[in-house]
Design a protein. Structure first.
Length: 300
């Protein structure tokens, strides 16, 4: 496919032992009203039949590019980092292997970005996810206005799980940090880092259909953060930015301290882990420790 003929969307699907779910994802791409996209599948060390399933997809007569990359298992965030080498599109949409897109999703995204492609303030255009096209899991109370990600999500968005479409150069600018021995980092680390430099636009339109599986990351998020505490600390520290609301800054101060204890850090090391927000971290030490004790008994 020639990327020079108009704008191109890169759809990235990180996957791990979900080969049996990829067909629905694939079929939703085959049904797209616009084929101005590429599909990048990053296999995070699957041990199932994912490789053979993707080979069958590539043999079908489809009019979009399919790239398949298999890597050693390291977690979804490392799979997203791996995709950086293969992106040819102007924008990036992350499509999980157990989800799929509405038939007009690509067309909607490319048409929507036309209004903002020359506005460097805008790093993301955010659409809705839904159980169906008419049943969104979140919605924006105000649309089409450049907003700060941290503050806006807390006031003007009901629910938090959305479909972010990010400029590819912005996506490439913020690879996920890798902490030794950790295999999970929340995607909000990316969205917050983008949001601290650029604005986003919310659009009340469902283009992404999701299903929350019992073993999915959305269901097991807290336990994953506890088992991967340095990633949790980074996510919390980003949300402690002074542009965020005080209530959210304090909440994330507590989370930062809690994850610090799960990382087996001393009080002194938690406070001095970075130069940022040391006063807030100090205030949160005792309640953060109590939270740590509670979560340790509940989740471990």
């Amino acid at each position: 496919m020639n990327a020079k003929k108009g704008r191109l969307l890169s759809i990235i699907t990180p996957t791990y032992n979900r080969g049996h779910l990829l067909k629905r994802c694939f079929e939703s791409l085959v049904s797209q009203t616009s084929k101005k996209f590429e599909w990048i599948i990053v296999d995070d060390g699957s041990e199932d039949a994912t490789t053979e399933i993707v080979k069958k997809f590539k043999k079908e007569m489809v009019d979009f590019s399919i790239q398949y990359i298999k890597k050693e298992n390291g977690g979804k965030h490392t799979a997203l980092n791996e995709s950086h080498k293969y992106i040819h599109g102007d924008y990036v949409l992350i499509l999980d292997s157990d989800d799929y897109l509405t038939d007009n999703a690509v067309e909607t995204v490319l048409e929507g970005w036309k209004k903002y492609e020359n506005d460097n303030r805008i790093g993301m255009v955010v659409y809705l996810k839904g159980i169906t096209e008419n049943d969104p899991v979140a919605y924006a109370k105000d649309e089409d206005t450049p907003v700060d990600v941290l503050r806006y999500k807390r006031v003007c968005v009901s629910g938090s799980d959305c479909c972010e479409v990010i400029r590819s150069q912005t996506f490439l600018k913020f690879p996920f940090p890798i902490f030794s021995g950790e295999r999970f980092m929340a995607e909000t680390v990316l969205w917050y880092r983008v949001g601290l430099e650029q604005k986003c636009i919310y659009v009340n339109r469902v283009i992404y259909i999701c299903e929350y599986l019992e073993d999915g990351l959305t269901r097991t998020g807290r336990e994953m953060r506890i088992k991967n505490p340095y990633g949790g600390m980074m996510n919390s520290e980003l949300a402690m930015d002074k542009r965020n609301f005080l209530k959210q800054r304090v909440k994330n101060g507590l989370l930062f301290v809690c994850y610090g204890f799960f990382a087996n850090l001393s009080v002194n090391k938690i406070i001095k882990y970075t130069e940022n927000y040391r006063g807030l971290k100090l205030v949160c030490i005792l309640p953060g420790y109590l939270m740590y004790r509670l979560w340790k008994s509940k989740y471990m």
